[in-house]
Design a protein around this ligand. Structure first.
Ligand SMILES: Nc1ncnc2c1ncn2[C@@H]1O[C@H](COP(=O)(O)OP(=O)(O)OP(=O)(O)O)[C@@H](O)[C@H]1O
Ligand SMILES: [Mg+2]
Length: 512
């Protein structure tokens, strides 16, 4: 066997109430892509944060190229050639993409003057290599999550990395962007970089991985070549239990119409959208990143006051000018970007869940502490949130467990229309099934659900009806069971106007 680039031995790390890593061994070979798998809270990010100097291990040894090293902080890790793209993006929103890419590593001209021209031209080249279409001068705040992700990757590329850690890089990317990312990873590999790759999308393993290591409850369970791995076995090793049907869709008979949308428009993002939604229905909304799905969700939630068009709820015209109004009307949105919009990180799990549900938890105007606690306990169990208890602050949870808390906030609500934007992003394979079951229960109770997702198997597996968006329009509508991945994809790239069971509206036609 080749000498490993990196070898970690007996790594232990404890947090109050949690043994995050327990005697973990991990090796990385030259030019390999080593995939790290495990449920939410298994310890993947913690192991990587130790390698990249953000956390100190309690016990253990790290060798780079056979030499023992002690990694005391992020700067030192960088000087050793370890680069990380974190699960949570770490960009500075008010700087441009180019400035972010070269932050802390700026090329200087004589006399120490910043070489702005080079920053922009080098950034343009790096971004182009990744297939990005936006200008390097764009402010990061106005980029989509997928585009911000590309900026992060470009930043790592600009600094010559020996070991590149990618912690869920694809969770916010669409299929074509993932393909681009993978070709970049292969390019890096050829140049001699080794990659540690974390993802909850198990299929990716076979496309990009050479070896795979599974962590469970802070322990390393096994390491094997990808050529000898099967998904079903890996899932069993990860979860230590049998996961039944991955998409437990129930047979449903949607009821009367709850929501009707006509001619909804918002600049270039939404152009004359119409559709309706029925009680007890799960409507899947597919499309590429940037196709208008999130804009549609935000407009329905009153978060885009300048949107035009008409919306009826139970036959009554709705004015959607603010989220508060939408919530009063019984519309709830689980936003795509949970980090900034979905959770108060400094608050406990139970208070986060209680926050939008205070009306139901209060009696004579007083919030019932016991009810708050019980509600949180229920979701901790149902969604397998890994935590010492409901009083734990959200900031101390693993990325996937934070997602679960954000989801619980809205699952606990009695909204009539629930919009979920990427509900299972970053969620492990076992907990996904629990979330699908909760969505089923909500639908069975009569809620109408819009589920936006970039994972086509999830859209196909869970929806009663599917709409596909392309450049701000609905480019396809399919009933459950009649759509295939291929059909959704061609509608998503606007290849052909997929068969629309509803006739085209006249206003729609003339606008085109
Ligand atoms: N700073 C911290 N303080 C307290 N507990 C922490 C801290 N960081 C991580 N933990 C705990 O350590 C455990 C492992 O977390 P880690 O983030 O490594 O999980 P992960 O495998 O990356 O999960 P995910 O797939 O959800 O990202 C979890 O139980 C988490 O709550
Ligand atoms: Mg993580």
């Amino acid at each position: 066997m080749q000498e490993p680039v990196l070898s970690m031995r007996g790594v232990c790390k404890a947090f109050p109430g949690v043994l995050a890593l327990n005697e973990v061994d991990f090796d990385l070979l030259p030019r390999e892509v080593h995939v790290l798998l495990g449920e939410n809270g298994a310890g993947k990010s913690t192991l990587m944060k130790i390698l990249s100097g953000s956390y100190q291990m309690d016990q253990g040894e790290i060798r780079l190229q056979g030499r023992p090293v002690s990694i005391s902080g992020p700067r030192q890790a960088q000087s050793l050639g370890v680069r990380t793209i974190y699960q949570e993006l770490n960009l500075i929103p008010h700087l441009s993409a180019a400035e972010n890419i070269f932050l802390g590593n700026e090329p200087l001209r004589a006399l120490g003057v910043l070489d702005q021209g080079r920053i922009v031209s080098d950034s343009r080249r790096l971004l182009r290599e990744l297939g990005a279409t936006f200008s390097p001068r764009t402010r990061v705040a106005s980029l989509s999550i997928a585009e911000q992700q590309m900026v992060e990757v470009a930043k790592a590329l600009s600094e010559k990395a020996r070991i590149l850690i990618m912690d869920e890089p694809t969770s916010a990317l669409s299929d074509s962007e993932i393909a681009q990312l993978f070709s970049t990873v292969r390019r890096l590999q050829k140049k001699g970089t080794s990659v540690i790759y974390i993802s909850h999308r198990l299929e990716e393993l076979f496309e990009i991985g050479d070896r795979v290591t599974v962590l469970r409850d802070g322990r390393r369970i096994e390491t094997r070549p990808v050529s000898q791995a099967r998904i079903a076995d890996l899932v069993r090793v990860m979860t230590d239990r049998e996961i039944g049907d991955h998409f437990p869709r129930q047979k449903r008979e949607p009821g009367e119409e709850v929501l009707r949308v006509e001619g909804l428009r918002l600049g270039k993002q939404l152009r004359c959208i119409d559709f309706s939604l029925r009680r007890g229905e799960v409507l899947g909304l597919a499309g590429l990143v940037g196709s208008g799905r999130t804009a549609l969700a935000r407009a329905l939630f009153g978060a885009e006051p300048s949107a035009g068009g008409r919306v009826w709820m139970r036959g009554r015209p709705l004015r959607l000018r603010s989220p508060a109004q939408a919530i009063r009307q019984g519309i709830a949105l689980l936003p795509e970007d949970r980090k900034s919009q979905g959770l108060v990180l400094g608050m406990s799990i139970q208070d986060n869940i209680a926050l939008p549900n205070l009306d139901a938890l209060s009696w004579l105007g007083v919030v019932q502490g016991k009810g708050v606690w019980a509600l949180a306990r229920r979701f901790i169990q149902d969604l397998r949130i890994k935590t010492p208890g409901p009083a734990q602050k959200a900031i101390f949870l693993s990325g996937g467990n934070q997602q679960k808390v954000a989801l619980a906030k809205w699952l606990a609500r009695d909204a009539e229309v629930l919009i979920f934007d990427e509900p299972t992003r970053g969620i492990d394979v076992g907990a996904k099934v629990e979330i699908y079951q909760l969505i089923n229960r909500l639908a069975a109770r009569g809620a109408a659900i819009v589920m936006i997702s970039s994972e086509l198997p999830e859209i196909l597996g869970m929806s009663d009806r599917i709409l596909v968006m392309h450049e701000g329009r609905i480019s396809g509508e399919f009933a459950a069971g009649e759509a295939t991945q291929q059909m959704l994809l061609s509608a998503a790239i606007g290849e052909e106007r997929a068969e629309c069971r509803r006739g085209r509206r006249e206003g729609d036609a003339e606008e085109r």
